[in-house]
Design a protein around this ligand. Structure first.
Ligand SMILES: Cc1ncc(COP(=O)(O)O)c(C=O)c1O
Length: 532
């Protein structure tokens, strides 16, 4: 390593570093200015002098100086030399990392918007960032037809013509919109034309656009309680007033919603498979909801995120198909059928919302890459999409069966499986008095990503439980994961504070069949606490 000597600021170069010399010099000067080791007006040595001192060629020095002059860190005065520019300090937002430094510099938090602060405060725990058993929202990506996909990607890149290189329409690619409209009419009973379809970057973006286009700050919006945290987050970001409406065995309790807030601006619902309780909204509730939305002049955002997966009976047609007043915005996604990283979804917009959504979309990010859209359109046109849904439906049903059987075997009488036989995850209720967040944290430490149900409540928490994804986990691994979960629950039952908070329900489940079965299989332990 060579270091420029004093009178000059310390700028060093390391010949063994993979970073080019000119870049090291550039960053060295930039950091020296940011850290005020060099101050405005200070003279910089000549390029020849610096090169000689560092024993390097003059070319990297010239390149670095050229860049620093172009960016305004240096200024050259004819006949006098090169100096640190007067306004240079303001240009440096933060010192860049030195070669080999892996972490960003730490800073105390600085002011951001209230909305962003709120989001950070409710940031969920490790269960959303880990990959592994019970990760919710993952379809069977291990069974995705990657060879077919690669062939289509190859074909499209070879065929790419100039028409696909321009700015696209914010509504998305025509051929994909037509394919989606056709699919939704036949498979989901959605009444739509291709003109109403907007291609989005996953259903999360559809929820975000809906919140921003439909709600003003302070607008009352009904949200299911418990609800999908992604919907809660976008409504908070839009500064809507969230009105939590309880969910019962028939789905969103419309009468309770009317009692709390009769004239909401919008209603966010998951009627096919309520997230996270897993119930399907009954036909009478659907009609009541649409009827009330019409009377109140409210929009209904139908998040149909995983409706392709139903195991007990035929798929339930979308709420949108029952709507006679064009009040429902239908939201669907490719991420639960193909793979989450694809970040493609779609919305069906009522005719009078096309224009505001078009402009909002243009203001945001225009639309997802056309290349990807054209590959998906072909994937659908060639029949791979329909075939893949048929296949993954069978796989998910098998995985669900394996999970339910393992839960029954290992934890029967302790955990109660909630909801219908559908989707890619299921929720289980914990015995009363058990804290799901702590259990989820403990499970995360064992590589098991069980999300706490309590985090999904918008109002007071009514139930503690776990959300267990199975779509992305092969059946054999689910059995292992349930065994690990059983161990986590056993340890939790042993460690958890006891006291008057234990309810009759806890005592009932403590006496349940699961205790004797699981305890007997594990050989027992003197310290083991009920119910495990
Ligand atoms: C209820 C619900 N809606 C929307 C989404 C978001 O899906 P996407 O990946 O399409 O953004 C999820 C993801 O898990 C979900 O569970």
């Amino acid at each position: 390593m060579r270091v420029a000597s004093r009178a000059l600021p310390v700028v060093s170069v390391d010949r063994s570093s993979p970073q080019p010399l000119y870049r090291q010099l550039y960053e060295g000067y930039r950091n020296a200015i940011a850290e005020r080791r060099l101050t405005p007006g200070e003279r910089i040595p000549s390029t020849r002098g610096l090169a000689a001192e560092l024993q390097i060629s003059r070319i990297p020095v010239l390149n670095a100086f050229e860049q620093l002059l172009a960016e305004g860190y240096f200024e050259s005065r004819i006949g006098s030399g090169t100096f640190v520019a007067g306004s240079s300090v303001e240009r440096v937002s933060r010192p860049s990392r030195g070669p080999g430094e892996k972490t960003l510099p730490r800073r105390a938090p600085r002011t951001v918007s209230r909305r962003a602060t709120g989001l950070v405060r409710v940031k969920p725990g490790p269960w959303l960032s880990g990959f592994g058993p019970f990760n919710m929202g993952e379809p069977p990506v291990d069974r995705f037809p990657r060879a077919v996909w690669s062939r289509l990607v190859g074909r499209h890149s070879r065929r790419l013509d100039a028409s696909q290189l321009h700015y696209p329409s914010p509504m998305g690619m025509e051929s994909l919109r037509e394919a989606v409209a056709e699919y939704l009419r036949t498979a989901r009973g959605v009444s739509c034309e291709a003109e109403q379809i907007m291609i989005v970057s996953g259903s999360q973006q559809a929820l975000d656009l809906s919140a921003r286009v439909l709600a003003d700050p302070g607008s009352p919006v009904w949200i299911e309680d418990p609800a999908y945290f992604g919907a809660r987050n976008v409504l908070n970001m839009a500064e809507a007033r969230l009105v939590p409406v309880p969910v019962d065995a028939e789905g969103l309790n419309v009468s309770a919603g009317i009692a709390r807030c009769p004239r909401p601006r919008a209603i966010f619902v998951t009627p096919s498979h309520q997230f996270p309780l897993g119930v399907t909204m009954s036909a009478s509730r659907r009609l009541q909801l649409l009827d009330h939305a019409r009377q109140a002049g409210a929009w209904v955002v139908e998040d149909d995120y995983d409706s392709e997966y139903r195991y007990g009976n035929m798929p339930i047609a979308a709420l949108q198909g029952l709507d006679r007043d064009s009040r429902v915005l239908y939201v669907g996604t490719f991420t639960k059928i193909l793979f989450p990283a694809i970040r493609l979804g779609y919305m069906v917009l009522p005719e009078d919302l096309i224009s505001p959504f078009f402009e909002a979309r243009r203001a945001a990010d225009t639309c997802p890459p056309l290349f990807l859209q054209s590959v998906v359109a072909e994937f659908i046109r060639e029949g791979h999409f329909a075939r893949h849904i048929r296949r993954t439906r069978v796989i998910c049903r098998e995985r669900r069966t394996a999970l339910v059987e393992a839960l029954e075997r290992e934890l029967g009488g302790v955990l109660e499986v909630l909801g219908d036989s559908a989707g890619m995850y299921l929720s289980v209720a914990l015995p009363a008095g058990w804290r799901d967040r702590e259990i989820s944290n403990r499970a995360g430490a064992h590589g098991v990503w069980a999300a706490p149900l309590s985090e999904t409540y918008v109002g007071p928490v009514r139930r503690n439980g776990l959300i267990l994804g199975y779509g992305g986990t092969p059946a054999a691994q689910l059995g292992v994961a349930v065994s690990r979960l059983r161990d986590v629950l056993r340890d939790y039952a042993r460690d958890r504070p006891r006291g008057p908070s234990r309810t009759a329900a806890t005592r009932r489940s403590a006496a349940g069949a699961g205790r004797s079965r699981v305890a007997a299989r594990r050989g027992g332990s003197a310290r083991r606490a009920e119910p495990l």
